[in-house]
Design a binder for this molecule. Structure first.
Ligand SMILES: *Cc1c(COP(=O)(O)O)cnc(C)c1O
Length: 226
């Protein structure tokens, strides 16, 4: 199937309240344009350099989502145009985003990345850290960011019960924070969970935003050096 067919098929399947981020990392702009030409505008990249390069050659109405781990020294490159940063996992990083957003006279939307997997390779805060973070007075002083939800990645496993329980835990945290008296700059609007292999489970468990790459663009070919 073509990229357009994959994308349209997927969109037809998603409930209305679930937003699709087409993860275009490693795929060249021509391929990404096949998705763009269907009318899709939300794209996700996990490398700053690649996102910047694509944003420079591709149409300016694309909403770019940074979905991977973000290093503080690279925030400045994406601050002028990024739509949503999914992987915020420290106050230090959020402060840097705030500073660069201010320089660009914008407010940047961010999701807090929550560690839900039983693996030590993934970034994020644990539940307790998230709650402390949301309640911190320092967060309230950041006028150029908005925390608009949470993001998480389940363990890479075939055990669907485990994946479900991780997603449900994140959904519960999301609802708890949403129901609490959240400070200024915090609005629980988006719950970003689910990728090609587990987006159906994620939606069942309450996801409002799925990040899907290979199910749209096909397998990724990572360049090997030599
Ligand atoms: C690559 C990536 C995805 C998409 O993965 P697929 O399995 O190709 O759908 C989703 N989220 C993050 C954070 C990623 O890095």
């Amino acid at each position: 199937m073509s990229i357009a067919e994959n994308l349209n098929g997927l969109k037809a399947e998603l409930p209305d309240h679930v937003e699709l981020i087409a993860v275009s990392k490693t795929h060249p702009a021509e391929k990404v344009m096949e998705a763009y030409d269907t009318g899709h505008r939300h794209f996700g990249e996990n490398k700053v350099q690649e996102m910047v390069a694509k944003s420079e050659t591709m149409p300016s109405d694309i909403r770019w989502h940074l979905i991977g781990h973000l290093q503080r020294n690279k925030v400045k490159y994406i601050a002028p145009f990024v739509h949503l940063i999914h992987g915020v996992d420290s106050l230090k990083l959020l402060k840097e985003i705030n500073k660069r957003a201010k320089q660009n006279e914008r407010v940047i939307d961010c999701l807090i990345q929550v560690f839900i997997a039983k693996e030590d390779t993934k970034f994020g805060m644990d539940e307790k850290e998230v709650r402390t973070f949301i309640a911190s007075t320092e967060l309230q002083e950041l006028e150029h960011i908005r925390v608009v939800g949470l993001m998480g990645m389940a363990t890479n496993t075939d055990n669907t019960d485990q994946i479900k329980s991780e997603f449900k835990g994140l959904k519960q945290l999301f609802e708890d924070i949403k129901a609490s008296d959240t400070p200024k700059h915090v609005e629980m609007n988006h719950l970003s969970m689910g990728m090609s292999g587990d987006y159906k489970l994620a939606i069942e468990c309450g996801s409002t935003m799925v990040r899907v790459g290979s199910a749209i663009f096909g397998a990724r070919n990572y360049p090997t050096n030599g």
